[in-house]
Design a protein around this ligand. Structure first.
Ligand code: MCA
Ligand code: AMP
Length: 495
């Protein structure tokens, strides 16, 4: 049995999920997911743990019920972002080799022709009813069975599927449960996209494992988050730095009386966490003035779950991401492959823990390249101070951009842009930005005249919205070195 489902049995009458349509107990979640699983089994699926099912649903109760249903058929779940255009969905469906896509009726228009083209079975969630009244026993699940396939961008031009097992997920969730003391009385709010680890594991997974409740919002809106805080509906909150910047902006637009009330209520939360991207000191300080909270900053990756965290109690050092979480081993390694023992010397973060993923799906070479023995190479560079606290200094590759908490590959955007008839050459870079952490910019050499608007509109049909550059500069040629390689630092100056 999946660990979340096993845990839910001890919280049956507690509230698990609230969404815009209502509230649902753990019992309802179990019943619904089992009914969906029966229906999926009735389709005559072969129970092989090495097959996935994709699901494309709004972030609500149905999302969780379908995720649990997929697990109960002993398949792994492949979440698709609500914001993805058809081209991104097609890539994921093809690469993951799923045979089934479950979607809500709002995505049927796009999903129907796509699944017909790819020969994939399409199921609409509100039609998931088993044709048989008799219930069949559901397959037995093993901790080493794959659980989730999450697509994330990296140093290759298309996103890679990161495959984690139930045992990895349980380890990731137990680690955070212990470090941040998740309890059944906790109430949290999910405003993050549910195709990435931050929302799926840190918010939803941790809440459900603890028997706590999770309110799910259709999308992030500063006002709704503040309303939840004002109504004392939540005890802890997790988000990316851009979300805190937006919450600060909203607070600043209110009357002094309202601001005072908002601040007073915010102070009542027991924990507020920031992660997925570097938290600027200005945001941390302003949030502290507004809310009384020193945000707990932590660091992690899709491949590993959370790695480093500031403490729940005690000193949270500004600019640092704290120490290794329980059961996580971390080392810093220099360019020559030597393990760094000195303090304040920069090296790559390498990680070993029971939470580390199994493989990049169908990419054995990529998987092998990302490990040295059983240490995972994060590609992030950090240093350690005398107390053993880590400070993230940057990334080894300048082609990885973090924008609004999303990891985006410059190479992926470049390869898509080069498919456009008006683009001869291009170079994509991330520029430091107060709101987004980094903003995506492109310098391009046109083959023929094209307006930024036309280019942007075309890109929107190819890529998720958070991968679309917001700055476009047309140039006669790209800056290159003697080897002909584009000099990205010069491109940054150009744009
Ligand atoms: C949106 N806009 C942008 C960007 N995104 N502009 C520049 N750069 C961007 N990245 C623009 C839109 O074009 C639009 O402009 C306007 O902003 C509002 O867009 P919208 O999509 O509505 O924005 P939003 O919904 O407010 O999104 C902000 C957000 C979102 C909530 C911060 O980016 C988000 O959910 N980020 C979290 C991603 C996440 O969960 N990452 C975790 C990955 P216009 O109106 O002019 O069209 S997992 C991970 O990293 C590891 C494991 C970890 O450590 O957690
Ligand atoms: P993802 O592939 O989306 O899981 O993103 C993981 C990457 O996010 C890491 O490799 C880091 O570069 C970055 N990251 C996550 N948390 C932090 C943090 N607190 N500070 C700086 N970078 C972070």
């Amino acid at each position: 049995m999946n660990f979340l489902i096993r845990q839910a049995l001890s919280h049956l009458s507690r509230r698990a999920i609230t969404d815009p349509k209502g509230s649902y107990s753990y019992q309802t979640l179990l019943n619904t997911s089992q009914e969906y699983a029966q229906c999926l089994m009735a389709l005559g699926l072969k129970n092989t743990p090495e097959k996935g099912m994709a699901f494309w649903l709004e972030p609500d109760f149905q999302y969780v019920a379908v995720q649990w249903a997929i697990w109960q058929t002993r398949s792994f779940a492949v979440p698709i972002a609500v914001s993805h255009p058809a081209a991104e969905v097609e890539y994921i469906l093809t690469d993951s080799q799923v045979e089934i896509l479950i979607c809500s009726s709002s995505f049927e228009n796009i999903a129907r022709p796509l699944t017909e083209k790819l020969g994939i079975k399409l199921l609409i969630v509100n039609q998931l009813q088993s044709p048989f009244s008799q219930k069949n026993p559901l397959p037995v699940l093993h901790p080493s069975d794959p659980a989730l396939l999450i697509y994330t961008s990296g140093t290759t031009n298309r996103p890679k599927g990161v495959l984690t097992t139930h045992a990895h997920l349980e380890s990731q969730i137990r680690t955070l449960g212990e470090a941040w003391e998740w309890k059944a009385e906790d109430r949290t709010l999910n405003i993050l996209p549910l195709h990435h680890v931050h929302g799926i594991v840190n918010v939803l997974g941790c809440a459900l494992f603890a028997g706590a409740s999770c309110e799910m919002l259709p999308k992030f809106e500063a006002k709704t988050v503040w309303d939840n805080i004002l109504e004392e509906r939540i005890t802890l909150f997790m988000a990316v730095p851009t979300v805190y910047t937006r919450l600060i902006e909203f607070w600043e637009q209110q009357s002094p009386e309202k601001q005072e009330l908002m601040s007073e209520k915010c102070q009542k939360l027991r924990l507020m966490v920031s992660g997925s991207a570097a938290l600027p000191e200005t945001v941390l300080r302003r949030w502290q003035e507004i809310s009384g909270h020193i945000l707990l900053e932590r660091y992690g990756m899709t491949e590993t779950g959370m790695i480093l965290s500031n403490p729940l109690y005690g000193n949270r050092k500004v600019g640092f991401v704290g120490k290794p979480l329980p059961n996580v081993q971390v080392r810093l390694v220099d360019e020559a492959g030597q393990i760094i023992i000195e303090m304040e010397k920069a090296g790559e973060i390498q990680v070993r823990s029971p939470s580390v993923f199994r493989e990049y799906w169908r990419k054995p070479e990529e998987t092998a390249k990302s490990f040295v023995e059983n240490w995972f190479l994060t590609g992030d560079v950090a240093e350690r101070d005398a107390d053993g606290d880590y400070r993230i200094l940057g990334r080894k590759s300048s082609d990885i951009i973090k924008t609004g908490g999303y990891k985006v590959s410059a190479l992926e955007i470049e390869s898509v842009l080069l498919q456009h008839f008006a683009i001869a050459e291009c170079a994509v870079v991330g520029l430091a930005d107060e709101m987004w952490g980094e903003r995506i910019a492109v310098a391009f050499v046109p083959k023929q005249e094209i307006s930024t608007e036309d280019l942007r509109n075309w890109l929107k049909t190819q890529l998720a919205h958070y991968k679309i550059p917001t700055i476009y500069v047309s140039v006669l040629e790209l800056p290159r070195n003697v080897m002909g390689k584009v000099i990205k630092a010069k491109v940054k100056e150009l744009v």
